[in-house]
Design a protein around this ligand. Structure first.
Ligand SMILES: Nc1nc2c(ncn2[C@@H]2O[C@H](COP(=O)(O)OP(=O)(O)OP(=O)(O)O)[C@@H](O)[C@H]2O)c(=O)[nH]1
Length: 201
């Protein structure tokens, strides 16, 4: 299975730290401002996967320009929306990004896209300004997954984010396939009945 994942959030919330931690298991501390699409092969439960992860530095346009969002939506099978638990504005931006993604998706007539909301920098809990409950409530209200992680201190929590999202992508693909299958059956049955009706005339 192949899946494309877009990582978004305001500046310095740890988008690159999360991505690099998942890809290399390492936290290197400082990351450049380069827009990158990484490709990563791995296996989960005996299944081979290729993930392409689009990590882009924060841009003001993201929450306002629909063309920025359209480009990513057309490419993405899933989103990781990151905020820092120490930065209220970054959490507010995640709320706005969910709205922009949903509106743009409806406008383009695309299927529902899985989203993981990630509160990063859990190791800095003494500087916390966003409660876990707020993240959890936002996820519940917007039908997203929710995680609190520390890219700096915990590889496993980061792994769970990407594995969880891949699982949701897989599920949403099988729902689309099933719906297409049912549509196909209904179509062929209608064709048979229509033929019978014309035969009997
Ligand atoms: N304490 C702590 N610091 C972190 C964590 N994750 C990232 N950082 C630090 O936060 C800073 C920003 O991390 P980046 O990964 O560059 O953030 P970004 O969201 O990619 O930032 P932009 O590229 O500017 O959009 C760096 O100094 C990281 O070392 C974390 O879990 N805990």
């Amino acid at each position: 299975m192949d899946a494309n994942i877009v990582v978004l959030g305001t500046d310095s919330v740890g988008k690159s730290a999360l991505t690099v931690r998942f890809l290399t298991r390492r936290f290197i501390g400082e990351y450049g401002d380069i827009e990158t699409i990484y490709s990563h092969h791995f296996s989960v439960d005996g299944r081979e996967l290729t993930l392409c992860i689009w990590d882009s530095p924060y841009s003001q346009d993201l929450s306002t320009s629909s063309s920025m969002c359209e480009k990513r939506l057309q490419w993405a099978d899933g989103f990781v929306l990151v905020y820092s638990i120490c930065d209220r504005a970054s959490f507010n931006m995640v709320t706005r990004l969910i709205q922009t993604i949903k509106t743009t998706k409806d406008y383009l007539g695309l299927e529902k896209v899985p989203i993981a909301i990630v509160g990063n920098k859990r190791d800095l809990h003494h500087r916390r300004t966003v409660l876990s409950e707020e993240g959890r409530m936002l996820a519940l209200a917007s039908d997203c997954q929710f995680y609190e992680v520390s890219a700096a201190e915990n590889y496993h929590s980061v792994l769970m984010v990407f594995h969880g999202l891949v699982e949701r992508v897989r599920e949403s693909r099988s729902v689309v396939k099933k719906a297409a299958g049912i549509k196909g059956i209904v179509k062929s049955m209608s064709a048979v009945f229509a033929r019978r009706r014309t035969d009997s005339l």
